[in-house]
Design a protein around this ligand. Structure first.
Ligand SMILES: Nc1ncnc2c1ncn2[C@@H]1O[C@H](COP(=O)(O)OP(=O)(O)O)[C@@H](O)[C@H]1O
Ligand SMILES: [Mg+2]
Length: 231
Protein backbone atom coordinates (compact mmCIF):
# COMPACT_ATOMS: atom_id res chain seq x y z
CA UNK A 1 0.00 0.00 0.00
CA UNK A 2 1.02 3.61 -0.64
CA UNK A 3 0.48 6.01 2.25
CA UNK A 4 0.93 9.73 1.68
CA UNK A 5 0.67 11.77 4.85
CA UNK A 6 0.47 15.51 5.24
CA UNK A 7 2.80 16.22 2.32
CA UNK A 8 3.84 19.76 1.51
CA UNK A 9 5.72 20.60 -1.67
CA UNK A 10 7.10 23.97 -2.77
CA UNK A 11 8.52 25.43 -5.97
CA UNK A 12 10.73 28.14 -4.51
CA UNK A 13 8.41 30.16 -2.29
CA UNK A 14 5.22 28.95 -4.02
CA UNK A 15 3.34 26.15 -2.31
CA UNK A 16 1.92 23.43 -4.59
CA UNK A 17 0.82 20.78 -2.04
CA UNK A 18 -0.70 21.92 1.26
CA UNK A 19 -0.61 18.89 3.52
CA UNK A 20 -1.94 16.19 1.19
CA UNK A 21 -2.86 12.77 2.62
CA UNK A 22 -4.14 9.72 0.77
CA UNK A 23 -3.74 5.98 0.49
CA UNK A 24 -3.63 3.77 -2.58
CA UNK A 25 -4.13 0.01 -2.25
CA UNK A 26 -2.70 -2.82 -4.31
CA UNK A 27 -5.39 -4.23 -6.62
CA UNK A 28 -7.14 -0.86 -6.89
CA UNK A 29 -7.02 2.14 -9.18
CA UNK A 30 -6.98 5.37 -7.23
CA UNK A 31 -7.95 8.31 -9.44
CA UNK A 32 -6.86 11.86 -8.78
CA UNK A 33 -9.01 14.46 -10.49
CA UNK A 34 -8.79 18.23 -10.61
CA UNK A 35 -8.60 21.24 -12.87
CA UNK A 36 -5.36 22.52 -14.37
CA UNK A 37 -2.79 23.78 -11.90
CA UNK A 38 -4.27 22.29 -8.70
CA UNK A 39 -1.22 20.12 -7.93
CA UNK A 40 -1.91 16.72 -9.50
CA UNK A 41 1.44 16.42 -11.25
CA UNK A 42 3.19 17.82 -8.19
CA UNK A 43 1.67 15.02 -6.13
CA UNK A 44 3.02 12.44 -8.57
CA UNK A 45 6.44 14.14 -8.45
CA UNK A 46 6.35 13.83 -4.67
CA UNK A 47 5.47 10.12 -4.90
CA UNK A 48 8.04 9.25 -7.56
CA UNK A 49 10.82 11.42 -6.13
CA UNK A 50 11.02 13.82 -9.06
CA UNK A 51 10.69 16.76 -6.64
CA UNK A 52 11.52 16.86 -2.92
CA UNK A 53 8.84 17.41 -0.31
CA UNK A 54 9.37 19.84 2.55
CA UNK A 55 7.01 18.19 5.04
CA UNK A 56 5.12 14.97 5.60
CA UNK A 57 5.77 11.33 4.86
CA UNK A 58 5.40 8.90 1.98
CA UNK A 59 5.37 5.21 2.81
CA UNK A 60 5.43 2.38 0.30
CA UNK A 61 5.20 -1.29 1.27
CA UNK A 62 5.73 -0.22 4.86
CA UNK A 63 8.92 1.81 4.29
CA UNK A 64 9.45 5.55 4.36
CA UNK A 65 10.59 6.52 0.85
CA UNK A 66 10.25 10.30 0.82
CA UNK A 67 13.99 10.89 1.15
CA UNK A 68 14.97 8.34 -1.49
CA UNK A 69 16.12 9.52 -4.92
CA UNK A 70 13.91 8.77 -7.93
CA UNK A 71 16.15 5.89 -9.01
CA UNK A 72 15.88 4.12 -5.65
CA UNK A 73 12.11 4.46 -5.75
CA UNK A 74 12.06 3.00 -9.26
CA UNK A 75 14.06 0.04 -7.95
CA UNK A 76 11.37 -0.44 -5.32
CA UNK A 77 8.83 -0.90 -8.07
CA UNK A 78 7.51 2.63 -8.55
CA UNK A 79 7.02 3.46 -12.24
CA UNK A 80 5.84 6.73 -13.65
CA UNK A 81 4.09 7.47 -16.95
CA UNK A 82 4.66 11.23 -17.16
CA UNK A 83 2.26 13.82 -18.49
CA UNK A 84 3.07 14.48 -22.14
CA UNK A 85 4.56 10.96 -22.36
CA UNK A 86 8.25 11.94 -22.68
CA UNK A 87 9.07 9.35 -25.30
CA UNK A 88 12.65 9.53 -26.58
CA UNK A 89 11.92 10.70 -30.14
CA UNK A 90 15.19 9.56 -31.74
CA UNK A 91 15.26 6.12 -30.11
CA UNK A 92 13.35 3.26 -31.68
CA UNK A 93 10.30 1.78 -29.99
CA UNK A 94 12.43 -1.17 -28.86
CA UNK A 95 15.12 1.14 -27.45
CA UNK A 96 12.47 3.19 -25.65
CA UNK A 97 11.18 0.01 -24.03
CA UNK A 98 14.71 -1.05 -23.11
CA UNK A 99 15.27 2.14 -21.11
CA UNK A 100 12.94 0.52 -18.56
CA UNK A 101 15.58 -2.18 -17.98
CA UNK A 102 17.87 0.12 -16.00
CA UNK A 103 16.22 -0.78 -12.69
CA UNK A 104 16.10 -4.54 -13.30
CA UNK A 105 18.73 -7.17 -12.51
CA UNK A 106 20.45 -8.22 -15.76
CA UNK A 107 18.82 -11.66 -15.97
CA UNK A 108 15.39 -10.00 -16.09
CA UNK A 109 16.26 -7.62 -18.92
CA UNK A 110 13.95 -8.75 -21.65
CA UNK A 111 10.73 -7.36 -23.03
CA UNK A 112 7.98 -9.74 -21.93
CA UNK A 113 5.98 -11.14 -24.87
CA UNK A 114 2.93 -10.13 -22.91
CA UNK A 115 3.69 -6.48 -23.65
CA UNK A 116 2.62 -7.09 -27.24
CA UNK A 117 -0.60 -8.75 -26.13
CA UNK A 118 -1.41 -5.62 -24.14
CA UNK A 119 -0.27 -3.28 -26.93
CA UNK A 120 -0.34 -5.18 -30.25
CA UNK A 121 0.43 -2.00 -32.19
CA UNK A 122 3.91 -1.80 -30.66
CA UNK A 123 5.00 -5.16 -32.04
CA UNK A 124 4.83 -4.01 -35.65
CA UNK A 125 6.60 -0.77 -34.75
CA UNK A 126 9.63 -2.00 -32.81
CA UNK A 127 12.08 -0.56 -35.35
CA UNK A 128 10.30 2.79 -35.80
CA UNK A 129 11.53 5.91 -34.08
CA UNK A 130 9.50 7.02 -31.08
CA UNK A 131 9.04 10.46 -32.57
CA UNK A 132 7.34 9.02 -35.64
CA UNK A 133 4.49 7.45 -33.64
CA UNK A 134 1.09 9.11 -33.25
CA UNK A 135 0.20 10.64 -29.89
CA UNK A 136 -1.91 7.63 -28.94
CA UNK A 137 0.83 5.19 -29.93
CA UNK A 138 3.37 7.18 -27.92
CA UNK A 139 1.08 6.99 -24.91
CA UNK A 140 0.85 3.22 -25.26
CA UNK A 141 4.64 3.08 -25.59
CA UNK A 142 5.05 5.21 -22.45
CA UNK A 143 2.83 2.81 -20.49
CA UNK A 144 4.63 -0.24 -21.92
CA UNK A 145 8.00 1.31 -21.01
CA UNK A 146 6.81 1.70 -17.43
CA UNK A 147 5.54 -1.90 -17.37
CA UNK A 148 8.90 -3.22 -18.57
CA UNK A 149 10.14 -2.23 -15.09
CA UNK A 150 7.68 -4.73 -13.55
CA UNK A 151 6.24 -2.07 -11.25
CA UNK A 152 4.18 -2.71 -8.15
CA UNK A 153 3.09 0.92 -8.06
CA UNK A 154 2.16 2.46 -11.41
CA UNK A 155 1.42 6.17 -11.56
CA UNK A 156 -0.02 7.65 -14.73
CA UNK A 157 -0.39 11.37 -15.43
CA UNK A 158 -3.29 12.20 -17.76
CA UNK A 159 -2.83 9.29 -20.19
CA UNK A 160 -5.91 10.36 -22.17
CA UNK A 161 -4.69 13.90 -22.82
CA UNK A 162 -4.90 14.68 -26.54
CA UNK A 163 -5.67 11.11 -27.58
CA UNK A 164 -8.38 9.77 -29.87
CA UNK A 165 -11.34 7.91 -28.29
CA UNK A 166 -10.54 4.44 -29.67
CA UNK A 167 -7.07 4.48 -28.12
CA UNK A 168 -8.47 5.89 -24.87
CA UNK A 169 -10.67 2.78 -24.72
CA UNK A 170 -7.68 0.50 -25.32
CA UNK A 171 -5.68 2.23 -22.60
CA UNK A 172 -8.62 1.95 -20.20
CA UNK A 173 -8.87 -1.78 -20.86
CA UNK A 174 -5.17 -2.28 -20.15
CA UNK A 175 -5.34 -0.30 -16.89
CA UNK A 176 -8.31 -2.33 -15.73
CA UNK A 177 -6.67 -5.61 -16.70
CA UNK A 178 -3.54 -4.70 -14.71
CA UNK A 179 -5.64 -3.70 -11.72
CA UNK A 180 -7.64 -6.91 -11.90
CA UNK A 181 -4.52 -9.02 -11.47
CA UNK A 182 -4.22 -7.67 -7.95
CA UNK A 183 -0.43 -7.27 -8.14
CA UNK A 184 -0.05 -3.51 -8.36
CA UNK A 185 -1.41 -0.30 -6.97
CA UNK A 186 -2.39 2.14 -9.70
CA UNK A 187 -2.58 5.91 -9.20
CA UNK A 188 -4.22 7.59 -12.17
CA UNK A 189 -4.31 11.36 -12.60
CA UNK A 190 -7.07 12.48 -14.93
CA UNK A 191 -9.07 15.48 -16.04
CA UNK A 192 -11.52 13.35 -18.01
CA UNK A 193 -14.18 12.45 -15.44
CA UNK A 194 -15.89 9.55 -17.25
CA UNK A 195 -12.60 7.72 -17.74
CA UNK A 196 -11.68 8.17 -14.07
CA UNK A 197 -15.09 7.09 -12.83
CA UNK A 198 -15.08 3.95 -14.99
CA UNK A 199 -11.63 2.86 -13.77
CA UNK A 200 -11.34 4.22 -10.24
CA UNK A 201 -12.05 2.16 -7.16
CA UNK A 202 -11.57 5.41 -5.28
CA UNK A 203 -11.83 8.96 -6.61
CA UNK A 204 -9.96 11.90 -5.15
CA UNK A 205 -10.48 15.50 -6.22
CA UNK A 206 -7.82 18.14 -5.66
CA UNK A 207 -8.21 21.89 -5.56
CA UNK A 208 -5.45 24.45 -4.91
CA UNK A 209 -2.93 22.01 -3.57
CA UNK A 210 -5.35 20.19 -1.32
CA UNK A 211 -7.71 17.21 -1.42
CA UNK A 212 -11.35 18.29 -1.35
CA UNK A 213 -13.10 14.97 -2.13
CA UNK A 214 -11.97 11.43 -1.30
CA UNK A 215 -14.65 8.86 -1.99
CA UNK A 216 -15.19 5.25 -2.95
CA UNK A 217 -16.77 5.09 -6.39
CA UNK A 218 -19.99 3.68 -4.93
CA UNK A 219 -20.40 6.67 -2.58
CA UNK A 220 -19.42 9.35 -5.08
CA UNK A 221 -21.47 12.53 -5.34
CA UNK A 222 -21.05 12.82 -9.10
CA UNK A 223 -22.75 16.21 -9.41
CA UNK A 224 -20.46 17.67 -6.78
CA UNK A 225 -17.36 16.30 -8.50
CA UNK A 226 -18.43 17.53 -11.95
CA UNK A 227 -19.04 20.97 -10.48
CA UNK A 228 -15.57 21.02 -8.94
CA UNK A 229 -13.98 20.07 -12.25
CA UNK A 230 -15.76 22.67 -14.36
CA UNK A 231 -14.03 25.99 -14.73
N1 LIG B 1 8.49 23.39 -12.09
C1 LIG B 1 7.66 24.29 -11.54
N2 LIG B 1 8.12 25.47 -11.08
C2 LIG B 1 7.29 26.38 -10.52
N3 LIG B 1 5.97 26.22 -10.38
C3 LIG B 1 5.45 25.06 -10.83
C4 LIG B 1 6.26 24.05 -11.44
N4 LIG B 1 5.46 23.01 -11.79
C5 LIG B 1 4.21 23.38 -11.41
N5 LIG B 1 4.20 24.60 -10.85
C6 LIG B 1 3.02 25.29 -10.28
O1 LIG B 1 2.49 24.48 -9.24
C7 LIG B 1 1.07 24.44 -9.29
C8 LIG B 1 0.60 23.01 -9.47
O2 LIG B 1 1.04 22.54 -10.73
P1 LIG B 1 0.82 21.04 -11.21
O3 LIG B 1 1.16 20.13 -10.11
O4 LIG B 1 1.54 20.88 -12.50
O5 LIG B 1 -0.77 21.03 -11.45
P2 LIG B 1 -1.69 20.05 -12.31
O6 LIG B 1 -0.90 18.83 -12.66
O7 LIG B 1 -2.86 19.77 -11.42
O8 LIG B 1 -2.10 20.82 -13.53
C9 LIG B 1 0.66 25.36 -10.44
O9 LIG B 1 0.38 26.62 -9.89
C10 LIG B 1 1.90 25.40 -11.30
O10 LIG B 1 1.97 26.62 -12.00
MG1 LIG C 1 -0.43 18.03 -14.51
Amino acid sequence: MLEVQNVELFYGAAIALRGVSLQAQVGETTCILGRNGVGKTSLLRAITGAHPISKGSIRWEGHEISKLPIYERAKRGIAWVPQGRDIFPLLTVRENLETGFAVLPSRQRRIPEEMFELFPILKSMLGRRGGDLSGGQQQQLAIARALVMKPRLLVLDEPTEGIQPSIIKDIGRVIDLLRGRGEMAIVLVEQYFDFARDLGSRLIVMDRGDIVVNSLRADLDEQDVRRRLSV
